[in-house]
Design a protein around this ligand. Structure first.
Ligand code: AMP
Length: 394
C-alpha cells in the first residue's frame, strides 16, 4: 500500500498537491466542477493540519501561445474558493518572483493555486517531458508532495513524477479512493462483467487482451463493435470500421468467442446525424448504405440478464453516439440497469461518467472514476508512473 497524506506529518509544512482540475470551461465558465469537488477532501485535510497548501494542476493542452488564455486556470481558483468558503490565492505564473514571494508570505492554512502547469509546455514541453530542472524548481517551493491527480497518474510529468522524485511523498484521498475501488477488480467477485464502448478498437486492445483472461464476459458496443461484427463476416454497411485492427478482432474472437458478447440488433441510420431516417435492424439485416449508431432493444434485454447476475461490473466508453439524444438509449438503459444492481459497479471515467452524471445515475454506482485514460491503463495491467514513484507504507 502506498503512503497517503494521512501517513505523513504535514503540520505547518508547505504541502504541494498535484490536483486534477482539468475541467471543461466554456467562455470562462466551468461547465462541470466534479473534479474540483472530488479534490476537496485532500485539500480540506491539509488545511485542517495547518499546512500551507500549494496546488498544481494542468488544464487542456498548451502547444502554442494562443492556447495560454484558453487554458487559464483562474476560473478554477474562483470556484475552489467558493467550494472551500475561503480565499484561494491565484498566481498567474508557473515560476518566478511573484510565485516565490507569495509562497514565502503564506500563513498556515492558506491555499494557493499555481497557473496551469502546461504553460511550461510552450517551451520544450517542460512539464509533459518531466524536465528535471523544472521539477527541482517546483519542489524547492515546498516540503512534502501529494499526488491527488488520478486523471494523469498514467503520465510521467514534472508536476507528478518529477515532484515525487524530489520530495517526501504520498497520495491524496481521491487517489486512495480510486485505488481502493479499482483494486476490487483485481480479485473480483464473480461473475465479473466488463462493458466496453467508445469509438476506437485501437484504444481498447490492451484492455481486451488483459481482461479476456480475467473477466467472465466482455460486452462490446459503441463505434468499436462494427470492426468485431465485420470480423465475423457480418455486413455493417457504412458503420465505423478500424481496418487496421480487423485481424486483432478476428483473432480474439477465435480465441475467446464464449466470453465476448456482441449486439444482436443495432439502431441504424441513413446518415450520421440526428435527423435522418433510422430504424432497428437485426445484425444480419444491416444494408450497405446504413450506419450503426447505437445498440438495439433486443441487445439491451439480453445484456440486462447478464448484468443482473453480475457481482462485479466495470464500464468504459459509450455504447452509441450518445451526443445525439436519439442514439443515447443504449447507454442510458444500461446505466439504468447497472445503477439498480447490487454488484460492485465501476464507471471508468470520461464520457460514461459525464453521461451518468447528467442522467442522475452517478451516485448510484459504487465508483465513478475521475480518470478515463488512467482507468484503462490500470485495467490493461500497466504500471502507472505517477503512482509507481510514490513511497510505500513501512
Ligand atoms: P471514446 O473517446 O473512445 O470513449 O469514444 C467516445 C465516442 O465514441 C463518442 O464521441 C461517441 O459518439 C462515439 N461512438 C459511440 N458509438 C458510435 C458509433 N456507433 N459510431 C461512431 N461513433 C460512436
Amino acid at each position: 500500500m502506498k503512503k497517503t497524506i494521512k501517513d505523513l506529518n504535514i503540520k505547518n509544512k508547505k504541502v504541494l498537491i498535484r490536483c486534477d482540475f482539468n475541467v471543461p470551461i466554456k467562455d470562462g465558465k466551468i461547465i462541470d466542477d466534479n473534479r474540483i469537488v472530488e479534490s476537496l477532501p485532500t485539500i480540506n485535510y491539509a488545511i485542517s493540519q495547518n499546512a500551507k497548501v500549494i496546488l498544481f494542476s494542468h488544464l487542456g493542452r498548451v502547444k502554442e501561445a494562443n492556447d495560454l488564455s484558453k487554458n487559464d486556470l483562474s476560473p478554477v481558483a474562483i470556484r475552489l474558493s467558493e467550494l472551500l468558503d475561503k480565499e484561494v490565492i491565484f498566481i498567474n505564473k508557473t515560476r518566478g518572483k511573484a510565485l516565490e514571494e507569495a509562497v514565502k508570505n503564506m500563513q498556515s492554512g492558506d491555499v494557493l493555486l499555481v497557473q496551469n502547469t502546461r504553460y511550461e509546455d510552450l517551451e520544450d514541453k517542460k512539464e509533459s517531458s518531466n524536465n528535471e530542472a523544472l521539477a527541482k524548481y517546483w519542489a524547492s517551493l515546498g516540503d512534502v508532495f501529494i499526488n491527488d491527480a488520478f486523471g494523469t497518474i498514467h503520465r510521467a510529468h514534472a508536476s507528478n513524477v518529477g515532484l515525487a522524485s524530489n520530495l517526501e511523498n504520498g497520495v491524496g484521498l481521491l487517489v486512495e479512493k480510486e485505488l481502493l475501488n479499482l483494486g476490487k477488480l483485481d480479485e473480483p467477485e464473480r461473475p465479473y462483467v466488463v462493458i466496453l464502448g467508445g469509438a476506437k478498437v485501437s484504444d481498447k486492445i490492451g484492455v481486451i487482451e488483459n481482461l479476456v483472461n480475467k473477466a467472465d464476459n466482455i460486452l462490446i458496443g459503441g463505434g468499436m463493435v462494427f470492426t468485431f461484427l465485420k470480423a465475423q463476416g457480418i455486413n455493417v454497411g457504412k458503420s465505423l470500421i478500424d481496418e487496421d485492427n480487423l485481424e486483432f478482432c478476428k483473432e480474439i474472437l477465435a480465441k475467446s468467442a464464449s466470453k465476448i458478447v456482441l449486439p444482436v440488433d443495432i439502431h441504424v441510420a441513413e446518415e450520421f446525424n440526428d435527423s435522418s431516417f433510422s430504424h432497428i435492424a437485426d445484425i444480419s439485416e444491416i444494408s450497405n448504405e446504413e450506419i450503426g449508431m447505437d445498440i438495439g432493444p433486443d441487445t439491451i434485454e439480453k445484456w440486462k440478464h447478464i448484468l443482473q447476475s453480475a457481482k462485479t461490473i466495470v464500464w468504459n466508453g459509450p455504447l452509441g453516439v450518445y451526443e445525439m439524444p436519439k442514439y443515447r438509449t443504449g447507454t442510458s438503459k444500461i446505466l439504468e440497469i447497472i445503477s439498480s444492481s447490487n454488484a460492485h459497479t465501476v464507471l471508468g471515467g470520461g464520457d460514461i461518467v459525464a453521461a451518468a452524471s447528467e442522467a442522475g445515475y452517478k451516485e448510484k454506482v459504487s465508483h465513478a472514476s475521475t480518470g478515463g485514460g488512467a482507468t484503462l491503463e490500470y485495467l490493461e495491467g500497466k504500471t502507472l508512473p505517477g503512482l509507481d514513484i510514490i513511497s510505500k507504507r513501512d
